[in-house]
Design a protein. Structure first.
Length: 465
């Protein structure tokens, strides 16, 4: 018997169910009255279809537990891209031209097909001109990632890999979650088409943060589904599709529904011919190591540091894996490090320090109370580097550098992937954009109502991956 395949261990992921249910039907819900949009106004609703997809019958078997695997090492180095063709740059905006181009999926391979390679080369030439004209890391990350898309669609996988890797490097230097996720997803697609599925699957997992907007997460799940399909993991592929549809349950997405139906048809045809393949893989989180030593109390290691407290001293200090003190004692209460920052308390109040002990946020808040739109709470800062703080019974938002983004002025405040949900003094829910400007007046009775309105205001355009 062949041992089960494994994936490298990363942050915990939601459990993959071994038996996918029939995918739910999605119908359009009423569009709210016109309101300033977060990104763009929602389009007119499309008539509903009676069913989104066909149920896939899967034999009920227990999930296969798989152990962590070592890091990916089989992906080769490739040279940087050097233009060799004489394509004339396209007129107008190459980014818009690429976004508006349509590449139908092949019903068997589930890969995009290109009907006009010349147009794609012209778009690539225009992107190359723009890349040479900018040094901004965020802009270069976006342009290099899009050029990697054109390479891949043209079947030029080495330059696609080179550009996509460089795009990830630039994106990570910006510390912007959405930009990083898009760059990782584009790199994952290159690895997938090169047949390097292990690297692709790990990147899809890293890219799909729970703090991203639902439409983007849904798109990432559909691509992960096609990677699983490539590997003959059909149960896993169907489960990813179900997750994608669940994320878009409040909004009718005709493009997503069409893609899901096409992929399900391919899954059904392949399953009839060769079966459903291996059971879905699961990620097993490594045990959280707690420091050894004569400590009265100790927290697990996070970001390479653990908070400890000795019996003779009530103050907390941080130690590294070798037991060396990195941050000296002096804190009355602490929370684990998250993404390089930890919430800590002194007598004067709560603040934050980085992994070197540098104070990033002054000790002037009553508490951290970071709530997310999906109902979760995090200890301190989100992956995006945001935290909800409270002072005098009113809540605001700070970032990991110590900047105050929203002054503490609201009875309640929740972080949404593209907005801030607020509770007024009258206990009514509304929303602010990421600049702090009101986009939804606080008139709703529940969080769920205002979330639904925010989701409908978001742009329906899918990112170019």
């Amino acid at each position: 018997m062949t041992p089960p395949a494994t994936l490298p261990t990363a942050a915990p992921a939601p459990r993959v169910e071994p038996t996918p249910r029939a995918l739910p039907s999605h119908s359009p819900a009423p569009v709210p009255a016109a309101t300033p949009a977060v990104q763009a106004a929602a389009p007119e609703p499309t008539p509903a279809v009676e069913a989104v997809a066909r149920p896939v019958e899967v034999p009920a078997r227990p999930p296969v537990e798989v152990a962590p695997a070592p890091a990916v090492t089989e992906v080769p180095e490739v040279p940087a891209y050097v233009p060799t063709d004489d394509a004339v740059p396209c007129d107008g905006d190459p980014e818009r031209a690429l976004a508006e181009a349509r590449f139908p999926l092949d019903p068997v391979t589930l890969r995009e097909t290109v009907s006009d390679p010349g147009q794609l080369r012209s778009i690539r030439a225009a992107l190359t001109s723009r890349i040479s004209d900018t040094s901004d890391p965020g802009t270069r990350a976006r342009l290099l990632g899009l050029r990697a898309v054109t390479h891949r669609l043209l079947g030029e996988y080495d330059p696609a890999l080179s550009d996509a890797r460089l795009a990830v490097e630039h994106a990570e230097s910006t510390d912007q979650l959405r930009r990083i996720s898009l760059s990782r997803a584009r790199l994952a697609r290159v690895h997938q088409w090169r047949g390097e599925h292990r690297a692709a699957d790990e990147l899809y997992f890293q890219a799909n943060s729970t703090e991203l907007p639902g439409p983007l997460r849904a798109s990432l799940f559909t691509h992960a589904s096609r990677s699983a399909y490539d590997q003959g993991r059909l149960i896993e592929a169907a489960t990813y599709l179900e997750r994608a549809l669940e994320l878009r349950r409040l909004t009718y997405d005709a493009e997503l529904i069409g893609e899901v139906e096409l992929v399900l048809d391919a899954i059904a045809e392949r399953a009839t011919a060769v079966g459903f393949g291996p059971m879905p893989r699961q990620r097993i989180s490594p045990e959280q190591r707690v420091p050894d030593g004569d400590y009265a109390d100790a927290q697990p290691y996070r970001d390479g540091l653990a908070w400890v407290r000795r019996a003779e001293d009530d103050d907390w200090m941080a130690v590294d894996p070798d037991g060396r003190v990195v941050i000296s004692a002096g804190y009355d209460d602490v929370r684990p490090f998250r993404y390089g920052v930890a919430a800590v308390r002194r007598a004067s109040g709560w603040g934050a320090v980085d992994t070197r002990g540098k104070v990033m946020l002054s000790f002037s808040y009553d508490q951290f109370c970071t709530a997310l739109a999906d109902g979760r709470y995090v200890e301190g800062f989100t992956e995006e580097g945001l935290a909800v703080v409270e002072r005098g019974g009113r809540k605001g938002v700070v970032d990991r550098t110590g900047r105050v983004l929203i002054q503490p002025a609201y009875r309640g405040l929740v972080i949404h992937p593209v907005a801030y949900l607020i509770v007024s003094a009258e206990h009514r829910w509304g929303a602010l954009d990421r600049r702090g400007d009101e986009i939804i007046e606080p008139v709703f009775a529940s969080r769920a109502e205002v979330i639904e309105h925010v989701e409908r205001m978001m742009s329906t355009a899918r990112p170019v991956l």
